[in-house]
Design a protein around this ligand. Structure first.
Ligand code: 5RP
Length: 255
């Protein structure tokens, strides 16, 4: 089933080649087909999720969808959702979320994810973890054989207090890993200020030359056991489905 505006015709997939942003839009619109009036929705963060937000906003405006409540996973998403008329709430008022839709930085063959390049991993994990269904939307460049092997980082949110100590503890944890590196995420024109999350925390980016070769749940537990760590960007077993848009079409993988 496709949610369409009154009079809107279903769009055939465009002839190749398709831009990466167009693929993100295609995946996002496919996910929004799962939205029903009356739902509580987890609203993701990033350039893919924004296509889902815009589509939901358009469908609300023309009355195809109604009585939607959105729970934003970041301040940026909150501002955007408000600007396009999506009514908002939070987990305190709506602790059970019907459906969350969000992008990812990496997806492995078991639908484990790396998220948080945009820095919103903590709120994303809280809201997506509280969802009956969590649908991930990606273009096919995000598919990897093993988490951490795309050259992008696995982010870890930490408290700012004595961040150098926590960085050292994380480095110690992965000391045996070939080519491992861990760096405090910086921002600003000259990259001289630490990046601050919406929760006023810092991010340490972990880089694995060959991806994470050890058991992911063990690695997750070891990171979370460090006292200065708040959360990490590995989303293990949380995704219900992944919608992957590529030049050859859309593939849906279910848990
Ligand atoms: C933000 C995220 C994003 O979902 C992830 O970085 C993917 O972003 P994009 O859709 O822009 O590629 O986890 O914290």
């Amino acid at each position: 089933p496709h949610l369409l505006f009154p009079g809107e015709k279903p769009q055939p997939l465009p002839a190749a080649p398709t831009s990466q942003d167009e693929l993100k839009r295609i995946a996002a619109h496919r996910a929004v087909d799962l939205v029903e009036s009356g739902m509580v929705l987890g609203l993701g963060t990033g350039s893919t999720a924004v296509h889902a937000l815009d589509r939901i906003g358009d469908l609300l405006r023309c009355g195809v969808l109604h009585d939607i409540v959105g729970i934003p996973t970041s301040k940026k998403t909150e501002a955007h959702a408000l600007s396009i008329g999506i009514p908002l709430s939070d987990l305190d008022r709506h602790p059970s979320v019907d459906l969350s839709i969000d992008g990812a930085d990496e997806v492995d063959p078991h639908l484990n994810l790396v998220k948080g390049r945009g820095g919103s991993l903590l709120r994303e994990k809280m809201i997506e973890g509280a969802s009956k269904r969590f649908v991930v939307i990606v273009d096919d460049s995000k598919m990897v054989d093993r988490l951490g092997c795309s050259g992008n980082s696995v982010p870890v949110e930490i408290i700012p207090f004595c961040w150098g100590y926590t960085l050292g503890q994380l480095k110690k944890l992965f000391a045996g890993e070939c080519g491992f590196d861990a760096r405090l995420r910086m921002t600003g024109d000259e990259k001289k200020e630490p990046f601050l999350t919406d929760n006023f925390n810092y991010i340490i980016d972990l880089y694995f030359e060959n991806g994470i070769t050890r058991d992911l749940n063990e690695v997750s537990d070891e990171i979370l056991r460090l006292t200065g760590v708040v959360e990490h960007g590995m989303f293990l077993g949380l995704a219900s489905s992944v919608i992957i848009a590529g030049e050859d079409g859309v593939t849906v993988k279910n848990k």
